[in-house]
Design a binder for this molecule. Sequence first.
Ligand code: T3D
Length: 261
Amino acid sequence: QTDPVLSSLKDGVLTVTLNRPDKLNSFNEDMHLALRAQIQRAHDDPDVRAVLITGAGRGFCAGQDLGDRDPRSGETPDLGKTLETFYNPTLRLMRSLNKPIICAVNGVAAGAGANIALACDIVLAAKSAKFIQAFAKIGLIPDAGGSWSLPRLIGEARAKALALTAEPLTAETAADWGLIWQALDDAELMPQAQALAAQLAQGPTLGLGLTKQLIQEAATNDLDTQLDRECALQRQAGRSDDYAEGVTAFLEKRAPRFTGH
Ligand code: T3D
């Protein structure tokens, strides 16, 4: 049996590849658990300083494997329970990871597959890729954090239209709307995503993690709270080895050598 998720760690970058290409990398239980284990590994292993998530084959991820949800089997699954058990813990682990997660959306990203991509910190997509809030086509609601991230990223009008119509959104429009960072020529996607991940993995990891945290907190904080949080986290960043190295390197007119601490 093939692994539902492939992984490799090189030069601080943990590359995680969703690997059920025949099913457009849709989620079965094994793939859920394997993806979560890799994000947990990124939490636990200090050698991991950036994560790159992508998909094998022509798709990125088509959301839940609907073959496991066949109503003709006579079973009525409790989908709230499956979210609690599978998607939500992974989403929370991704958001709380104090290291950057880059997503290289290599092909169609549908349903929870689209929203897992949008939960990453920097999303690059191949121009041939599409984002589809497919839930409306089967009577479901946007999950895997989509109902939270979509209106924040692109506003309520666009979020509602995408979610209510399940219209595919091209990567280029997604980039124009600010849903993702960049749409790239297909051949450029992986080289550029790998270069970005390598760059971030050589960066001041502690400061990058605090930056991620602070920007996420801004979604729910008011300005006064956020200013106080900037004080607290800048105090922490200012005590890091990488801050001392960054300023020293600047003064010595050389490239910094960050250790991540
Ligand atoms: O259940 C819970 O736990 C609740 C959580 C739900 C989260 C969700 O994600 S709900 C949304 C589930 N996803 C979808 O509804 C998307 C279903 N897929 C599609 O609409 C289309 O496949 C795409 C638009 C994504 C791509 O279309 P296309 O024409 O490029 O490819 P295709 O021919 O439809 O798919 C290729 C193969 O992948 C095909 O298999 P076959 O016929 O070659 O053997 C297809 O059945 C399979 N596939 C694609 N998506 C899924 C899938 N198999 C199982 N589950 C899928 N989601």
